[in-house]
Design a protein around this ligand. Structure first.
Ligand code: PMP
Length: 424
């Protein structure tokens, strides 16, 4: 297995605790966070004793860390097939990357986003009052997605700056979105496009130039590198025209008092402009290590193995007549290793809890930070906004939703998700 052994709390303590005996624990929640690859653990462990500050020291450890950090940037650029003038900014996560981009958009940018997006790609644009956000209805085929976007873009011309934000693979259904076609539509109408690759990058090669997207965002913790870092890569111009995401050391090249008593600041024009503060070198290094491990393992083999697992899970689920697999584009649509489903007569939270406690299978239940999408898939009415996960997130209140759906599928409040990837 390329997967690290479970930490002590997983196998030795947690499993006997919840099951009362030794069982194999299957962590099938990679779409929330994927365990580190063994290679990533090893690389991080080898470097950790030599940790030093990045860009902030003349000593050996600082130089080493600076080199590792900047090499990590190049590795990520290679992994994503970046163009010569693209910049790779290290962030905390996909959420952070998309908030950074939202903060950097030219004033008055019009943003187009499908209502089916993960909240990380749905919500950052709301935070700037000057951005005009157009929410696009859930498409039912990839072709419809492209047509819907085309129509929305055409209806709003002429405009100034415009951005389309789209997820490459759904963290709810696993379905692949027609990124290349959406990018072509965006560009044909003078818009730019950012790809939320949080769910795609761990499962498929993501080539920024080949997909012809302007930016890509992803998170280390879903790419088998759970050390608190993420990436925003792509066009430098908008990033450099905007003020720094955070103001502080590292982002500023020159700071001087003015004669009128104020302060003049010259900001960096490199990725450092948006990386103020001491960078997370271990996080960046871990991401680079994962990128290398995946490249060396070869996506072709990883995809083939994952498709086998998907087929096995689907075949298993198909044996249970009460199970309905959720999908936007149809059950047979191409997908990565993520499947969400509901079980008639079962509350999803109870079902997921039973899978963990009785069978040692760790899955997730809830709305998966994509409330509008899951509600569309369940056919349920909008409810009171709950937490990112289950609507009944408060501890001890699970029994509140212990009511099985009275009739039909549409009554399920939330769903169950199984997800896996390299190392499963
Ligand atoms: N987009 C998608 C498609 C995701 O799956 C996730 C994580 N579940 C995110 C964005 C947000 O990632 P993070 O929580 O690491 O910011």
């Amino acid at each position: 297995s390329v997967c690290a052994p479970l930490p002590v709390l997983g196998r030795d303590v947690l499993v006997p605790l919840v099951t009362g005996g030794e069982v194999d624990y299957a962590a099938l929640d990679y779409a929330a966070s994927a365990p580190a690859l063994q290679r990533v653990w090893d690389d991080v462990a080898a470097y950790a004793p030599y940790y030093g500050s990045v860009h902030r020291g003349a000593g050996y450890l600082s130089q080493l860390s600076t080199d590792l950090f900047e090499n990590a940037r190049r590795t990520v650029a290679d992994f994503l097939g970046c163009r010569a003038d693209d910049q790779v900014v290290f962030t905390r996560s996909t959420t952070d990357s998309l908030n950074l981009l939202a903060a950097a958009l030219p004033p008055g940018t019009r943003v187009f986003v499908f209502e089916t997006e993960h909240h990380a790609s749905l919500l950052p644009w709301e935070r700037r009052a000057d951005l005009a956000v157009t929410y696009l209805n859930a498409p039912r085929t990839p072709r419809q997605a492209v047509d819907t976007l085309e129509r929305a873009l055409a209806a709003r011309e002429p405009y100034g700056a415009a951005l389309v934000c789209v997820t490459g693979a759904s963290n709810v259904t696993g379905e692949l979105w027609p990124v290349r076609e959406l990018a072509a539509a965006a560009h044909a109408h003078g818009a730019r496009i950012v790809l939320d690759a949080a769910q795609l990058a761990p499962h498929h090669p993501v080539d920024i130039a080949e997909l012809d997207v302007d930016w890509v965002a992803f998170s280390g913790h879903k790419l088998y590198a759970p050390f608190g870092a993420g990436v925003l890569a792509g066009r430098a111009d908008w990033l450099q025209q905007a003020g720094p995401y955070l103001a502080g050391g590292g982002a500023s090249r020159k700071v001087a008092r003015r004669t009128d008593g104020g302060v003049d600041v010259e900001w960096h024009t490199t990725a450092a402009r948006h990386e103020a503060g001491s960078p997370n070198v271990i996080g960046a290094y871990a991401i680079a290590s994962a990128c290398q491990a995946l490249t060396e393992a070869g996506f072709e083999g990883l995809v083939a193995r994952e498709q086998e697992l998907i087929a096995a899970v689907r075949a298993g689920l198909a044996e249970v007549p009460e199970v309905r697999v959720l999908s936007l584009f149809g059950e047979d649509a191409p997908r990565v290793g993520v499947l969400s489903f509901v079980v008639e007569g079962w509350n999803s939270s109870h079902f997921a809890a039973a899978l963990s406690a009785e069978y040692g299978i760790g899955v997730r239940d809830g709305l998966f930070c994509a409330h509008p999408l899951v509600r569309t898939l369940l056919g349920s009415e909008p409810q009171e906004p709950g937490e990112c996960g289950s609507p009944e997130a408060a501890p001890g209140e699970r029994s509140e939703v212990g009511v099985p759906p009275a009739e039909g599928w549409g009554r399920s409040l939330n769903a169950i998700r199984v997800s896996f990837g390299a190392g499963t």
